[in-house]
Write a protein that binds this ligand. Structure first.
Ligand code: SF4
Length: 232
């Protein structure tokens, strides 16, 4: 298992949105719970360490996926680069996770599509972990590509999104350098022949009064054991 803490007290993450009753959770437990939700690897990071680049938006503009301008969660509808960067920066902590899926062959498009859907399911489960189990009211869940909750996104005809609570923008649409993030976390980008790997993030807000960065230098910790079995 991979465990990393950028700017965290290694014993616990303190957070609370009810200032009278801060809740503490163990980062080890949080990562373990993310793995129980289907993540193969997970790590925690301080969002002030994220790198952003407009280049990822320019890649979206090339529209190789065909979703540019046709999805509420893709550029340009998802929002301007600076606006999304500011939105992400509101959250001080993040959990990054990876799912790994087996394909029948390297060009298995059906398998890639099924893997993408499964990754979104894992993202939904991890989001619920934060919102239900830990009662966090405000988290930002970011997925691995265009939102595919509906067969055709309602952005195509300009009608409102019917499922805003489960519509996920991608990490890249926010201009976040996800390759750099997983490299720092020592999460491998590729996981072998005939596999596809996807990365997602949950950004959240620890209680300000108890935020470990206020009282100590950022710390980094790495503990490695075997990754979880592939759930898909
Ligand atoms: S939930 Fe449906 S309408 Fe909303 S962004 Fe996703 S695909 Fe588009």
């Amino acid at each position: 298992m991979y465990m990393f803490y950028f700017g965290f007290d290694c014993d616990k993450v303190m957070y609370a949105q009810d200032k009278d009753s801060p809740v503490s959770i163990s980062p080890d437990r949080l990562i373990d719970q993310a793995r129980q939700c289907g993540a193969v690897r997970a790590a925690l990071f301080d969002t002030s360490t994220l790198s952003y680049s407009r280049e990822f938006r320019r890649l979206c503009e090339q529209n190789k996926c065909g979703h540019y301008g046709k999805n509420w969660m893709c550029p340009p509808a998802v929002g301007a680069f600076e606006e999304l960067k500011a939105k992400a920066a509101r959250y001080t902590c993040g959990l990054v996770f990876q799912t790994v899926h087996t394909l029948s062959h390297s060009l298995d498009r059906k398998g890639m599509r099924a893997a993408f859907v499964e990754h979104d399911r894992v993202l939904s489960r991890i989001k619920r972990l934060f919102t239900a189990t830990y009662a966090m009211k405000d988290v930002l869940a970011l997925g691995a590509g265009p939102c595919t909750q509906c067969p055709t996104c309602s952005a195509v005809n300009g009608s409102p999104c019917p499922y805003p609570d489960r519509a996920y923008a991608s990490v890249e649409s926010y201009g976040i350098d996800v390759a750099e993030l997983v490299r720092r976390c020592e999460i491998p980008y590729h996981n072998g022949k005939n596999t596809v790997s996807y990365v997602g993030c949950i950004l959240f807000m620890p209680d300000e009064d108890a935020h470990p960065l206020k009282t100590r230098q950022a710390v980094y910790r790495h503990e490695e054991v075997e990754p979880c079995n592939n759930p898909s």
